[in-house]
Design a protein around this ligand. Structure first.
Ligand code: HEC
Length: 437
């Protein structure tokens, strides 16, 4: 059972419309994650090619060329991360902060980890020549940066995954217990392979572009070999996604699953299949035709990413729905209680010790109704003189109203339904309709 959420004691309105925030979070997060993916994928490929480079010098050169893109993509990832983080704070405040607090130390560790990863990436990039004779050490620096780059999204993902499941919050004590949610690992692997796929796609264009001086940089590799190499990487990683995707889908807790989500995922998969077919052609095509399908591949995969990102948003909104509704109800309850207390205080109604208890009708009226109703004056609700005129001799109808008030007067707010025992309903109705009150 999910515990009752705390009410918003100071309900601040959102600064802009929720729709604006929803569009902003999907869009801003997408461009952020794009560069995160290029940073993570680039860092992994750098290490992989540098290791191969021990036997094949061109691979070492390739690693170095990729490393040069990583620091740039990393900076873009960081700068573009500010926007979605801010929107997240505003739109998912309670969920986001609850998850942050629960994953605690690991969440905070992101800052030193990211700092260390960045410094190591620069160290790696700028010691390529100096450490040429200590290649293992140089590779180790790159590998350590990669590992840190892999840890950061893992912590982040665990955290924003946890935020979707308020039901689990009571059983989570720190990062490790947050990992037990069944979909964390598939989600993470899905992210890492997507990063490699995207990086492959990016490097196809990066090394394939006409202005890139391939001949001046490499000894053996030509533009086509590079294109084909990265097309194969993109293909392999996208293919792997098709295996990991279902694993992710079927481990998703059912709370957020909907037809709309399924539709988005299917649309995304269809486009990914198109991209895969095109990539297969690209990898097996004769050299002269390399690159002609690039735009189509990139377009199909962009479509996949957009469908998946939107599906992810739908899932999130649906998973959070029950908790949001419960919180709104608690907030409304709290608001009424606070208002009633204020009104009581204003009217000077407070009970002192040893006072003789009031008759039940009067007691209910003074402790609840009087917050909004007075005899002859309008408070939050209409004066009793007006109520008397409508319900004189008909307490049953008055009781029906109190149980389920309608929306009647355009210039008044809606009266909240008041929960009482049957005896209390009867008593307060008699009290309100008795002459002299
Ligand atoms: C939080 C404020 C609030 C409290 C507490 C409250 N009311 Fe009201 N009440 C209103 C408002 C506002 C209206 C006018 C609603 C409308 O016309 O749409 C109203 C209208 C009414 C009416 C007129 C219905 C009609 O048909 O025109 C009755 C009767 C009434 N309240 C009885 C009660 C009784 C009895 C209690 C206590 C058990 C109570 N109210 C507590 C705010 C309150």
């Amino acid at each position: 059972m999910s515990p009752l959420p705390a009410p918003h004691d100071i309900p601040l309105p959102l600064p802009v419309s929720p729709l604006f925030l929803e569009v902003a979070i999907v869009f801003l997060f997408l461009i952020h994650i794009l560069f995160v993916a290029l940073m993570v994928g680039g860092s992994l490929l750098t290490v992989a090619f540098e290791i191969r480079g021990r036997r094949r010098p061109d691979c070492d050169t390739l690693a170095r060329e990729i490393a040069a893109t990583v620091t740039v993509n990393k900076s873009l990832a960081v700068v573009l991360g500010v926007g979605p983080l801010l929107v997240m704070n505003v739109f998912y405040t309670v969920f986001f902060y609850s998850a942050n607090a629960l994953t605690g130390a690991a969440w905070l560790a992101i800052i030193p980890l990211v700092t260390a990863a960045f410094l190591l990436t620069y160290l790696h990039k700028y010691t390529w020549e100096r450490l040429a004779d200590a290649k293992s050490l140089h590779i180790a620096i790159g590998a350590l940066a990669s590992v840190l780059f892999l840890i950061v999204p893992f912590v982040f993902l665990t955290n924003i995954n946890l935020m979707l499941f308020p039901d689990r919050w009571t059983s989570v004590h720190g990062f490790l217990t947050a990992l037990v949610l069944p979909n964390v690992l598939p989600r993470y692997l899905h992210f890492v392979t997507a990063s490699v796929a995207l990086t492959g796609l990016f490097l196809m264009a990066y090394f394939g572009r006409a202005s890139y001086p391939v001949e001046g940089v490499f000894r053996e590799f030509d533009r086509r070999a590079l294109r084909r190499r990265f097309a194969s990487i993109a293909l392999g990683a996208t293919g792997l996604q098709l295996l990991l995707g279902p694993l992710l889908f079927f481990t998703l807790p059912a709370v957020g699953v909907s037809w709309a989500l399924a539709f988005n995922i299917l649309a995304g998969i269809s486009l990914a299949l198109v991209a895969i077919v095109l990539l297969i052609h690209e990898v097996t095509a004769p050299a002269a035709c390399l690159g002609v399908r690039y735009l189509a591949i990139a377009t199909a995969l962009t479509g996949t990413v957009i469908f998946m990102a939107y599906g992810r948003h739908l899932y999130r909104e649906r998973a959070l729905e029950p908790h949001r509704a419960a919180m709104a109800a608690r907030t409304a309850e709290f608001g009424e209680a606070a208002l009633a207390a204020q009104m009581r205080a204003k009217a000077g109604i407070h009970r002192t010790k040893g006072e003789v208890p009031l008759p039940p009708g009067e007691q209910v009226f003074k402790s609840i109704c009087s917050a909004c109703h007075a005899r002859d004056t309008r408070l939050v609700g209409p004066p009793l003189t007006e109520v008397d005129r409508i319900y004189k001799g008909n307490p049953a109808a008055l009781i029906a109203w109190v149980k389920a008030p309608g929306k009647k007067r355009p210039d008044y707010p809606q009266m909240p339904a008041i929960k009482l025992t049957e005896v209390q309903y009867q008593a307060v109705a008699d009290y309100v309709l008795s002459p002299g009150h």
